[in-house]
Structures are given as structure tokens and as C-alpha cells.
Write a protein that binds this ligand. Sequence first.
Ligand SMILES: [Zn+2]
Length: 214
Amino acid sequence: MTIRHHVSDALLTAYAAGSLPEAFSLVVATHLSLCDDCRARAAALDAVGGRLMEEAAPVALSEGSLAAVMSRLDRRIEVPARPARRADPRAPAPLADYVGGRLQDVRWRALGGGVRQAILPTGGEAIARLLWIPGGQAVPDHGHRGMELTLVLQGAFRDETDRFGPGDLEIADEELEHTPTAEAGIDCICLAATDAPLRFNSFLPKLVQPFFRI
Ligand SMILES: [Zn+2]
């Protein structure tokens, strides 16, 4: 797949530092599993962290720590067998852990106009959701109070800025007002994360948005 829209340096640095909310981290990690370029950039940032760790002054652990760890390594543990599940090629790791099967079997909720969403179970301040936008359908035009990350898993959408196809990541901030529209022909499925409610310009979405945490 040809990916043209990548993780920004700032976002990748925060990801490497482990300081992103889970929802954003999930979107970045899913892009990394699709994008060789960003995976290489992330590895370089991880190397910086490794170097910092190596150079950090050591702090002594309590006496007996090593023996305590080593003795536990020898203990045999039973790992319960995980039920086999049919993975969905559109939901690569680590998204698969949140979806738990095929995308069409996710519990979707209608948002109107054929657009559906499924909120994923993440902790922290930000919300991660799957969006299913029928081909040719537009999401109501909106602005952002915080950051919105949108990763395309299937199909493509266009907005005022560009076209986003499979693997592409759109990073929207307070500056951007847009009307994402799915390309005709194939339904567009996206993984999106937001850390603040969207700003809708028309009345109806405004009315329903609290119910959908959008
Ligand atoms: Zn990338």
C-alpha cells in the first residue's frame, strides 16, 4: 500500500516517550504496523530512549531483588488457551485486540446518513472509535476543539485538504474545519481518536453528539 500521510514528528516522539493517551497510542501503533517508514522513524526515537536509559545514573534495588526475580522465573505457570478467533486483515495488530474478530461483527451504532461508529474500550482522556462511512457519504462538516487522528483501514475519504487512502493518517487540530467524504464505490472504514468533542456547524449533529460521545 502506498501511504502518503504519516505520523508527525511530535506525535511519534510522544509515542516513543509513552506519554500519549491510550486512544492516540492505538491509532499511532496501528499506523506503524502498516507503515515501514514510520516504523523505522519510531525505532530511531526508541534508540534515543535506550541511550538515555544507559546513561542514567543507576539506583540500587533493595537487597535480595535479583534472587527474588530469578526464583520466580523458574516457577511454572499455566496460560489459559485463548479461543481461536478469525482475525480481520483490515484490523492489524494492535487494533485486533480491541476489535476481537471481524470488523462487520463489531457492535456498530448508527450515527445517521448510514454512518456508523463503534467506541473502543480505552482508558485515559481520549476516545477511540471505529467509523464506517458508506461510499459516497459525507460526515457532517465539523471543527475540532482538540486533536483528531483518523487512520483509514479500508476505502478512502477526501476532505478540503487531500485524499486519504488505506494506511493514511490525517492529523486534525483546532485550525481545521472539514467535511470528510467517503469515495464512491467502497465503504470507508476508519480508526479515529479525539481528545475533545468535535465542533459541528449544523444543528442536528450538535443535538445528538452528546449521546454518541463524538
Ligand atoms: Zn507512516
